[in-house]
Design a protein around this ligand. Structure first.
Ligand code: DGL
Length: 270
């Protein structure tokens, strides 16, 4: 069991923010990643469509004999609430660890949440924060253009399109003096530097991919499911559309060339 891979999925590149952290916290773990690049973005779709896609993504990971499934996607985590019930292995999503980290981080009790339309519409982070501390004020904003900007590879800190879009979406939130912002979509940490420069360095940015990876490592340890091997873990990447675009942007983001270690799959078969 322990040497089986951890399965991670997202609608595209965003879940790599969790993979990057998983590799740094648990370097001996094997990882299978699926990015649904043929059907990204999920965030503007109906709950029934997102649910159908997420269940196919999870079944694909199970076909690789994973020991845990991580929905490294704010949209799936916010809208597909029964996913854990239909899986035979431990399942975690991004909401609980990310909300807890934001509550821990805020000093002035004002937390901003940014995410896709589906995530913000579900109020998932807001509800979770209010469960922990009902006095906290939560200011939400949907940012639907961030996902296509990342998928297009406009991710350099001085990219003019990324900078302008960040300014357009986050001006109101900045004016409301939040001291903590949840990057509630796993694509957004890829734009962390642009976002950070706009909101100012005193504002703490909570990375949902990172918090979820920390949470996963604690759970695997508690359940005695960590890989006992001393060798470096292997990571395999799968996508549902052209591999080239994914390889380029993923290599930049992960700081390692993933080369031809990306395979295209027909996700409709799962
Ligand atoms: N990374 C996904 C999320 O966390 C992006 C969703 C989308 O595809 O719109 O919500």
């Amino acid at each position: 069991m322990s040497s089986q891979p951890i399965g991670v999925f997202d609608s595209g590149l965003g879940g790599l923010t969790a993979v990057k952290q998983l590799r740094s916290i648990m370097p001996h773990e094997n990882i299978v990643y699926f990015g649904d690049t043929g059907r990204v973005p999920y965030g503007n779709r109906s709950v029934s469509t997102i649910s159908r896609y997420a269940k196919q993504d999870a079944r694909f990971l199970l076909s690789h004999n994973v020991k845990m499934v991580i929905a490294a996607c704010g949209t799936v985590s916010s809208t597909v609430l029964d996913l854990g019930d239909v899986l035979p292995v431990p399942y975690i999503n991004v909401i609980i660890p990310t909300a807890a980290a934001a509550v821990e981080a805020t000093k002035n009790g004002k937390i901003g949440v940014i995410g896709t339309r589906a995530t913000i519409g579900s109020c998932s982070y807001k509800k979770e924060i209010e469960k922990i501390d009902p006095k906290i004020q939560v200011i939400q904003r949907e940012c639907p253009l961030f996902v296509p900007i990342v998928e297009e590879g406009f991710i350099s800190p001085d990219d003019p399109i990324a900078k302008l879009t960040v300014e357009r979406y986050l001006s109101d939130m900045k004016a409301q003096n939040v001291d903590t912002v949840i990057l509630g979509c796993t694509h957004y940490p890829i734009l962390k530097q642009v976002i950070g420069e706009f909101v100012g360095e005193s504002v703490k940015l909570i990375d949902s991919g990172k918090e979820t990876a920390i949470y996963a490592s604690k759970l695997l340890k508690k359940e005695n499911m960590l890989n006992k091997s001393d060798s470096a873990g292997e990571c395999s990447f799968f996508v549902s559309d052209r591999t080239e675009d994914f390889t380029n942007t993923a290599s930049i983001f992960l700081n390692s060339n993933i080369g031809d270690n990306v395979t295209r799959v027909d996700i409709w078969n799962f």
